[in-house]
Write a protein that binds this ligand. Structure first.
Ligand code: BT5
Length: 251
């Protein structure tokens, strides 16, 4: 791990298909730098597994961080997402009265509604990770009807949660300072897991769990030092690298 990696450049765009895609296209140009791209709007904001991320103009913080080779990337994808979630949690918590929670693997939750999401993608050369792109979407100024009807009951924004005037640029500054300032905590998987677990959504609660291995009900027991989700199913602890807690009411 480089002792003090820094952000080399920030690029502001009015609109783009996806800030993750923009960085992927421009990887040759950025080489081993660390670059942040922020866009007012995204026409094809991406979630995981080809899902769509609503990214209307001026309503949110839509940005992606490219980490070139200067920042040693010996970490797994899960831990980069986990770390990024704790950073977003930390910088947003002081702004509102409610608890901001982290839903495995990559959601920012307030009052059981989704306020943000993280999409981390790694670029490989053979066995080595050569760069990472971490996309962060955070809903800032949405009113309820700014969201598509299909997600109105499960999405929220900082404004809807009581922050009168969310300020995008101070959030960007806070994110960059905290992300690069605490990067060494990525080397301490146990510590990071402990920190994440304190803020975990549905911790120690019964959850419905959907994964490639099947559909389960069990008690969510946080994450381990690799960022795997731990689910207690019939008294036995299982570690999952993929899967999702279904966004339904508590059982
Ligand atoms: C995520 O995916 O939560 C990752 C979202 C990452 C978005 C950022 S924005 C900057 C960067 N550039 C990109 O193109 N992407 C990243 P996932 O867990 O798959 O959640 C997607 C699901 O969340 C959708 O299927 C909807 O149900 C819901 N959703 C879509 N837009 C939303 C929004 N703005 N707020 C809350 N929920 C939303």
């Amino acid at each position: 791990m480089n002792s003090h990696p820094i952000l080399d450049k920030t690029i502001f765009l009015d609109t783009v298909d996806s800030t993750n895609l923009e960085l992927k296209r421009r990887r040759q140009e950025f080489q081993d730098s660390n670059v942040l791209v922020v866009s007012d709007a995204q026409s094809q904001g991406k979630g995981q597994k080809g899902r769509r991320w609503e990214s209307a103009a001026g309503l949110g913080l839509w940005m992606s961080l490219y980490l070139g080779g200067k920042t040693s990337l010996s970490h797994n994808l899960q831990m980069l997402s986990i770390y990024t979630g704790t950073v977003v949690q930390e910088i947003t918590s002081p702004l509102i009265n409610d608890d901001i929670q982290l839903k495995w693997p990559n959601d920012i939750m307030i009052n059981s509604k989704k306020c943000g999401g993280i999409l981390t993608e790694l670029q490989w050369q053979g066995e080595a990770i050569v760069s990472a792109i971490i996309g962060i979407g955070l809903n800032l100024s949405h009113e309820k009807d700014n969201f598509a009807p299909t997600i109105q009951n499960q999405a929220t924004s900082l404004k809807l949660e009581g922050l009168e005037n969310p300020d995008r640029s101070s959030l960007i500054d806070a994110f960059v300072n905290s992300f690069f300032g605490n990067l060494s905590s990525l080397d301490d998987g146990e510590g990071l897991a402990t920190q994440w677990n304190k803020k975990a959504y549905r911790m120690n609660q019964l959850v419905q769990w959907e994964s490639p291995q099947g559909y389960f009900e069990g008690q969510f027991s946080g994450i381990n030092a690799r960022g795997d989700a731990l689910i207690n199913i019939d008294g036995k602890l299982h570690a999952f690298q993929t899967g999702e807690i279904r966004l339904t009411e508590p059982l």
